[in-house]
Design a protein around this ligand. Structure first.
Ligand SMILES: NC(=O)c1ccc[n+]([C@@H]2O[C@H](COP(=O)([O-])OP(=O)(O)OC[C@H]3O[C@@H](n4cnc5c(N)ncnc54)[C@H](OP(=O)(O)O)[C@@H]3O)[C@@H](O)[C@H]2O)c1
Length: 263
């Protein structure tokens, strides 16, 4: 595959860095997006072929920043791929979640990918290899206690991706939904890590997500990819027989609430 130009949000985060390393090692050129110019510069300088990559600063929870960012991207070299990876999580009871937290989370996890897709689609569609990868979550298919707002945001992102796959079915663009299970990054607080250990939930290294994203770049047909076993099985089971999954999760509720209440 020839070198692609990939716009990557959340580039300085745990999964973002692994994606940046994998993409640049595969010979692709990056437009790294984040909020901290110094961290972005350090990331770029540590990648193979640093002069092939550039970075842009934007707060993706701001609609105005996204418009400005997309104008900057349009002023640069042609782009082939958008990876919507930036995201925040929130662990706790809904009753303890304030409006600002809900709004910030939905702005970043749902509205930013929608706005970026809308603004960048005309540029992407000029490429023979046009691709969007939306980084979802297993919680985008299985609503999980303690993660109500985060689950809702990823359900929304999954629904958006499915609608986009259908809306652009006649165009030469692959639109993928890539849903990791728990990943070892600082997104997960110590409490979440301890809860996952108690519940026996496995966590992947960020490189697992990066390998899956690299594989998706080769795929010209839109797809949904769920990482991890048995999580992938539970995603399917929840779609067909949600009451079975509800019964299984009810057995874990005491443990989940113990951590969620104290977070
Ligand atoms: N970790 C997991 O267990 C897990 C599991 C499933 C799915 N995911 C998904 O994977 C993606 C990456 O997560 P991660 O684990 O790598 O998290 P992370 O290490 O916390 O990184 C999150 C990234 O999001 C960026 N970000 C946060 N708020 C932003 C804002 N307002 N504007 C622009 N960028 C912002 C951060 O950028 P700055 O550098 O500017 O701070 C950071 O690079 C997320 O979509 C997450 O939902 C994660």
């Amino acid at each position: 595959m020839s070198a692609l130009t990939i716009v990557l949000t959340g580039a300085c985060g745990g999964i973002g860095k692994a994606l940046a390393v994998a993409f640049s090692s595969a010979g692709h050129n990056l437009v790294l997006i984040g909020r901290n110019a110094e961290a972005l510069a350090a990331l770029r300088d540590g990648l193979p072929r640093p002069r092939s990559h550039r970075y842009l600063v934007a707060d993706l929870s701001s609609a105005a920043d996204i418009i400005e960012l997309c104008a900057d991207i349009a002023d640069g070299p042609a782009i082939d791929v958008l990876v919507n990876n930036a995201g925040v999580s929130n662990f706790g009871l809904l009753s303890d979640t304030d409006d600002a937290t809900m709004e910030q989370l939905l702005q970043l996890n749902m509205l930013a990918p929608m706005r970026l897709c809308r603004e960048l689609m005309p540029l992407l569609l000029k490429s023979q290899n046009a691709t969007v990868i939306n980084i979802g979550s297993g919680f985008g298919s299985i609503g999980f206690a303690g993660f109500a707002v985060y689950s809702a945001s990823k359900f929304g992102l999954r629904g958006f991706t499915e609608a986009m796959q259908r809306e652009y079915a006649n165009e030469q663009i692959a639109i993928h939904y890539l849903a990791p299970r728990a990943v070892k990054t600082s997104m997960n607080s110590d409490k979440v890590v301890a809860m996952n250990t108690d519940l026996g939930n496995a966590a992947d290294d960020p490189e697992v997500v990066a390998s899956a994203a690299i594989a998706l770049l080769q795929q010209r047909k839109s797809s949904n990819r769920y990482l991890g076993w048995p999580e992938r099985f539970f995603v399917r089971l929840n779609a067909l027989f949600p009451s079975i999954v509800s019964s299984a999760l009810k057995k874990q509720l005491g443990t989940i609430l113990r951590y969620a209440k104290s977070s």
